[in-house]
Design a protein around this ligand. Structure first.
Ligand code: SF4
Length: 462
């Protein structure tokens, strides 16, 4: 092992879910209540951690005579209140506020026996180990809420409340990582904050897509949800870019899509975002590991024509870091074959495409594989290769490509990722870089050592 970087095994995440099976369950609710870009948390007396308001849904156990068929678990329970009533009650009791649920889903239809209620943002399984009780699972319906009016003094039963802004959450001790992540997501989704990543650097603004990337690459620098931002929403994305343009008059900006999630996880998402950006005075760049069909590529070429008529470009980066090891390193992403197909479809449709051969993963990708990526890139119609080093945190887990010349002070400025402060292992195998450079020379491809220089080149192509 050259770099000593360890990747989580692909099946670990799913295997973890198994621990929740076979245990008794209880239904609980919790709410991230957001007001004035701050989230309300309770300093929980027993758990000695900051937690959102919440608790058990009121239920009673059925008497034997009430049970039509004795089965274990939640089927023995009778609801005394509904889930959305429970969460609003808990919020009122623990914070003093009457609140409303900000649901993410639509309601479609109901009749006398079917009733639809505001949906939680997500469902969280929690393994509970309490002294004196058997191990069990809380099925926690997690809601995002906004306060309506202050109703009563909080009960203070669980502990005192406090309101936290984004930066307070950063430094707060006794905050479970998932609570911190959920609280950040709630502030960003329900508040009015423009994410810090939306700053123009070298003419480029990194535009978050939102959501959680389904590809779960082993080297992903967002796997701890550093840049978690909200639900993917093409209109909101365009609104944020418009705001950036307003704040930076006279600067030609490239809106770079795809650093926290894949804009083409589904074609509607990517096309929707780009369509919403079409009249803004910005170049558009995207990076993707998705399989892009001929139809999607054709739609993109129509959008590119509109951009070009307005003197702006639309170009793409397709990330391919490995061939044989891809199933281990990028277990849920389309195969490299499919991605080369994307390159071909896009370049056939006239979209300038570079291959993102980054981060360079020295332990897992042998030199001959690297060479083959360059040959296949040329064959598929890419015009160049972008390389990038591997940055890891002290545990050698998280990494992100950065220009090697970036100073430590500058890296610390990368506030949009908390890992900016922790990246202290820079790994770049000079042999790999040499092989890429010489093979590119041999086949006539350009090489770029950062996406910003690559994007500048692409934008001069119009
Ligand atoms: S495609 Fe990018 S954002 Fe998605 S898991 Fe892989 S590295 Fe992370």
């Amino acid at each position: 092992v050259k770099a000593g970087v360890k990747f989580y095994p692909a099946d670990k995440y799913l295997a973890n879910l198994g621990v929740f099976k076979g245990l008794p369950v209880e239904i609980v609710v919790s709410a991230y209540l957001v007001k004035d870009d701050k989230v309300c948390l309770i300093n929980h007396k027993d758990l000695k951690h900051w937690l959102p308001p919440g608790g058990h849904v009121k239920t009673k156990t059925k008497s034997k005579s009430e049970l039509c068929k004795p089965i274990e678990g939640i089927n023995d329970l009778v609801f005394e209140e509904l889930l959305h009533e429970a969460v609003l009650r808990e919020v009122r009791e623990e914070t003093g506020w009457n609140a409303e649920i900000i649901a993410s889903g639509e309601l479609y239809g109901e009749d006398e026996t079917v009733c639809q209620v505001p949906s939680p943002r997500f469902v969280q399984y929690e393994q509970i180990k309490e002294v004196g009780r058997p191990r069990h699972v809380h099925i926690n319906m997690v809601y995002f809420c906004k306060p309506l009016d202050y109703a009563v003094a909080p009960s203070g039963e669980e502990g005192p409340i406090e309101w936290f802004g984004l930066h307070d959450l950063d430094n707060k001790k006794r905050l479970f990582p998932h609570t911190r992540m959920n609280a950040i997501a709630a502030i960003l989704q329900l508040g009015s904050i423009i994410p810090e990543c939306l700053k123009v650097e070298e003419g480029r603004v990194l535009v978050p897509i939102g959501g959680r990337c389904a590809y779960r690459c082993r080297y992903c620098y967002t796997k701890r949800h550093d840049v978690y931002f909200g639900e993917p929403d093409p209109k909101r994305t365009a609104g944020l870019v418009a705001e950036v343009c307003k704040q930076n008059p006279g600067i030609t900006i490239t809106a770079q899509l795809g650093y926290d999630n894949d804009p083409f996880l589904n074609p509607e998402l990517g096309l929707g975002i780009i369509t919403n950006l079409i009249w803004l005075p910005v170049h558009i760049g995207f990076s993707t590991k998705a399989h892009i069909s001929k139809e999607t590529a054709k739609a993109l070429s129509i959008l590119r024509k509109v951009k070009i008529e307005n003197k702006y470009n639309l170009s793409g980066l397709v990330t391919i870091t490995s061939l044989e090891s891809a199933s281990k390193l990028e277990p849920y992403a389309p195969t490299p074959d499919k991605r080369f197909e994307s390159v071909k479809n896009l370049s056939d449709a006239g979209i300038p495409i570079l291959i993102n051969l980054r981060p360079l993963l020295p332990d897992d990708v042998p030199l001959d594989e690297i060479k083959r990526i360059v040959y296949l890139a040329k064959e598929a119609g890419a015009i160049g290769i972008v390389i990038g080093a591997f940055w890891a945190d002290p545990e050698g887990i998280v990494a992100r490509g950065l220009n090697p010349q970036t100073s430590k002070t500058e890296r610390k400025k990368a506030l949009w990722s908390p890992h900016g402060l922790k990246w202290d292992r820079y790994i770049e195998d000079p042999e790999m870089v040499n092989v890429i450079k010489s093979t590119c020379k041999e086949v006539g491809l350009k090489v770029f050592d950062s996406t910003s220089t690559a994007v500048l080149y692409l934008n001069n192509l119009i």
